[in-house]
Design a protein around this ligand. Structure first.
Ligand code: FDA
Length: 579
């Protein structure tokens, strides 16, 4: 044991959660160290769907364009296809990920950003490079072993895997972003609910030019209903596009009770052949790995000075593409709170809001992702393809839908309905954007919860009620058009008001904590030429919204207030845990 290294925040893990925590903290000027067990960042594509909320986070952290430059764009993601193999019969499609014309409009109305497909092995370098450029100290091949905490900080013991020796890192706070087998979460004793190892899955990464089977129905996901496709796995066989149309990842199930098959190249190639369905196409298998479907979430994300984020606290299958999105959003929620506590602006009580706000989201997405697997079964049921049978029986059932009989018509209708129902996996815009927080870092304004006018999993419903994300509206500043979301963030609070809101502006300037002010209205710094903001803001011109650094509304007052200073001071005291 030698020197003790010191920092403000020690982050274990350089995956989406750890890398974005480091990026946000370094952006806010908080010293941090990342240790990561392996010699490199993710070397396989893993998570990929990147939703609008995550893109908003990345926009605020200044890396949105770096992601767009490498990602597959939204319009190439959207023909989720169900088939017997890529070369085989097609059973139907779902217009996905906001590519249905109505969904497209909802996406455009909801956010200044677009979702995209950014494989994890490309995403992590973007996050990590920016974090390191802004001050993060990153240590590869450094394994977290244990930690102790006391009233003033956390001491972690880590092993340098290159040299084999251990040393200690002393930090004010420790973030466990060490993935689905989190040792930090275990050591911190975080209470977990649910179950690990629900089903077995295999990922096979391969190269093959599949242009002829995919370019005419561009998609991120091609689902294959073949014999064996209901054993384990994530609902059916999956051919996922990594780079159009030459790099791919197959997900195929195995019986978890029997254990993972021997992942030889021959085995991997046989699965690829089955799902592609064309033996003449040259295929190069790059890697294969086994993993399990989990349905587990932590009830608490923190113990004292130790906070966990990402898969460490929510473990679920890739369905709905929520893994790295939720991980990045956890980190973004935590980072500004740590910054304000570390610089003395907030009481450590503010950190309690991390579990209060993110644990319900973690539980929701674990449940949704697993439910999405189960919701694939009706597609097989429509084809009478769930019960044990020979491949010939399955093909005969699939062929039967082309008959002229009444039964065949019923089968076609059931199949259409079962495929369309998969919108809950591929078009769950509400799951992506309807997060509403309740915690000590939100000041209720006494208005009743408006609930949701439409299905809250499928449709986004903007709201400025405290706890909701600030609604997006295009506004202007001189010749520049920008989103209301572009006026907030960058690690500070923002107060939005309009004509007649001078008392609010004065009150914001008089607070100890930095508050940017945004006045929207004719002749002001920001104008609302389309009237969108005034329709969405749910306050009068002279009212005010106080928005947190993470873009969530913390306080709302619908009208002018002669006692604005007092109201704002009280609100901030409560938000910052100083009440
Ligand atoms: P992640 O697991 O990404 O990162 C953990 C980090 O902690 C790593 O940097 C690791 O080195 C580090 N670490 C762990 N223990 C440590 C220790 N003791 N000391 C130091 N460092 C330590 N999702 C999806 O949506 N679609 C998909 O197809 C897939 N496929 C997939 C395949 C495989 C093989 C895996 C492992 C995961 C997936 N996922 C996925 C899940 C997705 O990758 C996951 O949700 C996110 O990566 C979670 O990000 P985190 O940062 O929380 O953990």
């Amino acid at each position: 044991m030698s020197t003790v290294v010191e920092t403000d925040v020690l982050i274990v893990g350089s995956g989406p959660a750890g890398a974005s925590a480091a990026l946000a903290l370094s952006t806010y000027g908080v010293p941090n160290i990342v240790v990561t067990r392996y010699a490199s960042l993710a070397d396989t594509p893993r998570a990929h769907i990147t939703n609008q909320r995550t893109m908003e986070v990345l926009r605020d952290l200044g890396v949105e364009q770096d992601v767009i430059a490498q990602a597959t764009p939204q319009h190439l993601m959207g023909n989720t296809t169900f088939c017997t193999s890529l070369a085989g019969e097609e059973l139907g499609r779902v217009r996905s990920w906001g590519n249905d014309p109505l969904a497209q409009a909802e996406h455009e109305l909801a956010s200044p950003t677009r979702m995209c497909d950014m494989p994890q092995h490309l995403m992590e370098p973007v996050l990590v490079n920016a974090a390191v450029a802004r001050g993060t100290r990153l240590r590869f091949e450094t394994e977290y072993l244990s930690h102790t905490q006391d009233a003033d900080g956390v001491t972690a013991t880590v092993r340098d895997r290159l040299r084999g020796d251990t040393y200690e890192i002393r930090a004010q706070y420790l973030i466990g972003a060490d993935g689905g087998r989190s040792k930090v979460a275990t050591d911190a004793g975080l209470p977990m609910g649910g179950q690990m190892g629900v089903a077995g899955s295999i990922n096979i990464v391969f190269e093959a030019d599949l242009t002829r089977y995919t370019a005419h129905r561009p998609s991120t996901l091609y689902w294959v209903l073949a014999p064996g496709a209901t054993v384990g796995g994530i609902g059916a066989g999956l051919v996922r596009c990594v780079r159009p149309w030459t790099e791919w990842l197959i997900v195929w199930g195995y019986d978890v009770a029997a254990g993972a098959p021997d992942l030889t190249t021959e085995y991997a190639e046989s699965v690829v052949r089955k799902l592609v369905g064309d033996d003449d196409i040259p295929v190069t298998v790059k890697s294969s790995s086994a993993w399990t479907v989990n349905e587990m979430y932590a009830e608490s994300y923190a113990n004292g000075r130790v906070f966990c984020a990402g898969d460490a606290v929510h473990r679920h299958p890739p369905s709905n593409g929520l893994g790295s999105n939720t991980s990045i959003q956890d980190a973004y929620n935590l980072a500004w709170k740590l910054k304000l506590v570390l610089d003395g602006t907030a009481h450590p009580r503010l950190l309690d809001s991390y579990t209060a706000e993110r644990a319900p989201i973690g539980r929701q997405i674990v449940t949704r992702a697993n439910q999405s697997i189960r919701e694939t079964a009706p597609i097989f049921e429509a084809l009478d393809g769930l019960s044990p049978q020979t491949p010939e029986q399955l093909w005969a059932n699939i062929a039967a839908r082309k008959d002229t009989t009444e039964a065949a018509g019923k089968q076609r209708a059931e199949l259409r309905e079962a495929i369309a129902f998969k919108a809950y996996e591929f078009n769950a815009h509400g799951v992506d954007l309807n997060q509403r927080y309740r915690s000590g870092a939100i000041v209720p304004d006494g208005t009743p919860d408006p609930g949701f006018a439409r299905d809250p999993e499928l449709h986004h419903q903007p709201s400025s009620r405290p706890g909701a994300r600030l609604p997006h509206a295009w506004i202007t500043s001189g010749s520049r058009t920008l989103s209301t979301l572009d006026t907030v963030g960058r690690g500070r609070f923002t107060l939005l008001t309009g004509i007649g809101g001078e008392d609010w502006v004065r009150a914001a300037g008089a607070q100890e904590v930095e508050i940017a002010t945004v006045v929207i209205g004719p002749g002001q710094e920001y104008e609302d030429p389309y009237g969108d903001w005034s329709r969405l803001s749910e306050i009068s011109d002279a009212g005010a919204l106080l928005v947190r650094p993470d873009g969530f509304v913390a306080f709302r007052h619908a009208s002018a207030a002669p006692d604005a200073g007092e109201l704002l001071t009280d609100a901030l005291r409560s938000i910052l845990g100083r009440a």
